[in-house]
Design a protein around this ligand. Structure first.
Ligand SMILES: O=C1CCCN[C@@H]1CCCn1cnc2cc(F)c(Cl)cc2c1=O
Ligand SMILES: [Mg+2]
Length: 485
């Protein structure tokens, strides 16, 4: 039938797999960990792309495209940089029947692809800042359970790679990009995130520091990394000899950043807003914001109703609202309601004989099912207001749920209690790796281990209790459950 067989709060993993398929976002593919992104998903990727691409162009960042293939020598340039990652690298070993002389890696990320050329291109301070971005796919042959959008062996992302003469410039850009990621989540996907800094243990090992926007999946009580903006320091400059002659003629190493968000953003949005009727799309990223459904009654003025639907769509389109009429005559209105609810269209407009007679339409919100009759003359104003209200309501509801699953722990007991309640924890933190490792060990239990998510930039006032050596930063812990999402 049309409905979902799994309930979100009872079988989250199965609900998610079903809703991405029934909502026509994903088609499962015959290679494990690979998924087809159907237009209903691709249009969301495009909306975010259009925003982010325009913003980075304002920052004078230019798009480019580097090859998919990486030669082994370059990939393995720095042993410690890729030590843990080697099992994820996919290799091309043959062409046709014949083996390649040397296997070629498929990019899992592009530092080692790009930086030998940064070294060639950057000679003097006038070549700086060099700021390139690419929109592409990457391949990481992961083995932990694949999940559409959240963890796939190939995914789409943008990766920015920038080089500066000074650390100050790099530090500034790291945060400018992080703010764009916050805006993608909070202004477009209606998902609240926390900005923060990763611990030494959790950061990108090849970099100097990692900043992150952490999102929250209330159904699992887990945090999830939303996007990341690293300052690489001069580590890669040293590795790839990316030097420049400064104004005084001295040879200096550049300071670099790299930053990315991926198609995981779409999965997070689905998990946060979806319900037992299907997807719930925030209007800012919905390719169809309003669907108009004719409700003919016997033969009462059917033509008038269809004409009204067409003119409502035209009026909305003229005012920049993406609207579509479902005039298919082989489906009932009821079927259409369920279908477009499953696809998460934010607003439905119904037009029947009574609406026609009263010169009104009935609007039905997807987020809270509220039904309102509005005069046709107020159509555009009311629809725009309602779409804005839906966007805000989705964000507010997600924020409230997130805060409900976070708690402050000042003592070890409070900490363990919160863990067992599958909460995210704000706890005093000494930011020492050995302590982080020991806490990970001490908390390894049937629910999985615990890891730190970030140290939030917005630190709440210091709690008075201390249980780590000394209180420096608060951070949010993540309770990892073996049965990941
Ligand atoms: O997160 C970003 C933003 C965009 C550019 N890259 C960085 C760091 C990526 C870390 N990382 C992540 N995954 C990796 C997987 C691999 F197989 C290899 Cl060889 C390397 C890596 C790796 O360096
Ligand atoms: Mg990884």
């Amino acid at each position: 039938g049309l409905g979902l067989t799994y309930k979100k709060d009872e079988n989250f993993g199965e609900w998610y797999s079903e809703v991405v398929v029934n909502g026509e976002m994903i088609q499962y593919y015959d290679i494990s960990g690979c998924y087809i992104l159907r237009p209903w998903a691709m249009s969301i990727w495009e909306k975010m792309h259009d925003f982010f691409d325009a913003e980075i162009k304002k920052m004078k960042i230019q798009n480019c495209y580097f090859p998919l293939f990486v030669s082994p020598g370059v990939l393995e340039k720095e042993k410690d940089h890729i030590e843990g990652f080697a099992p994820e690298v996919a290799w091309v070993t043959k062409s046709g029947e014949s083996d390649l002389e040397v296997p070629i890696a498929i990019r899992p990320t592009s530092e080692t692809v790009m930086y030998p050329y940064y070294s060639k291109w950057i000679r003097g301070h006038r070549d700086l800042p060099l700021r390139l971005n690419q929109w592409c796919n990457v391949v990481r042959w992961e083995f932990s359970n694949p999940t559409p959008f959240i963890r796939s062996r190939e995914f789409l992302w943008q990766e920015g790679h920038t080089a500066f003469a000074t650390k100050e410039e790099a530090d500034k850009e790291v945060l400018e990009i992080l703010e764009l990621y916050r805006r993608i989540y909070e202004e477009f996907l209606a998902v609240p995130v926390i900005k923060g800094k990763k611990s030494e243990l959790e950061k990108f090992a090849g970099g100097l520091y990692t900043t992150t926007v952490e999102a929250f999946i209330p159904n699992t009580g887990r945090g999830v990394q939303g996007a990341t903006s690293h300052c690489l320091g001069q580590n890669f400059a040293k590795m790839f000899e990316i030097n420049f002659e400064n104004e005084k003629g001295e040879k200096c190493m550049v300071w670099q950043n790299s930053w990315a968000y991926t198609t995981r953003t779409i999965g997070v949005m689905i998990m946060v807003h979806g319900d037992d009727k299907g997807l719930v799309l925030p209007p800012k990223v919905a390719s169809v914001q309003v669907v108009v459904v004719p409700v003919p009654f016997k033969d009462a003025d059917t033509k008038g109703i269809f004409d009204a639907c067409t003119s409502v769509v035209e009026t909305l389109k003229e005012s920049g609202i993406s609207a579509e009429a479902d005039t298919r005559d082989n489906y009932s209105p009821g079927w259409k309601y369920s279908h477009w609810e499953m696809k998460g269209v934010p607003l439905r407009i119904e037009i029947g004989p009574r609406d026609l007679a009263n010169k009104q339409v009935r609007i039905v919100r997807r987020d809270n099912s509220a039904k309102t009759d509005i005069p046709i003359d107020d159509l555009v104003v009311k629809v725009r207001e309602t779409l804005d209200a839906i966007q805000q309501n989705l964000f507010d509801a997600a924020k409230q749920k997130k805060e409900a699953c976070m708690t402050v722990a000042k003592t070890w007991e409070e900490f363990m209690d919160a863990l067992n309640q599958k909460k995210l924890i704000l706890a005093p933190w000494c930011d020492e790796e050995d302590v982080e490792k020991s806490v990970k060990e001490r908390t390894r239990g049937e629910m999985g281990a615990v890891k730190t998510l970030c140290s939030p930039f917005d630190q709440p006032e210091m709690p008075e209790g201390l249980f780590f050596r000394h209180l420096t930063l608060l951070y949010i812990k993540l309770l990892l459950s073996r049965h990941n999402i």
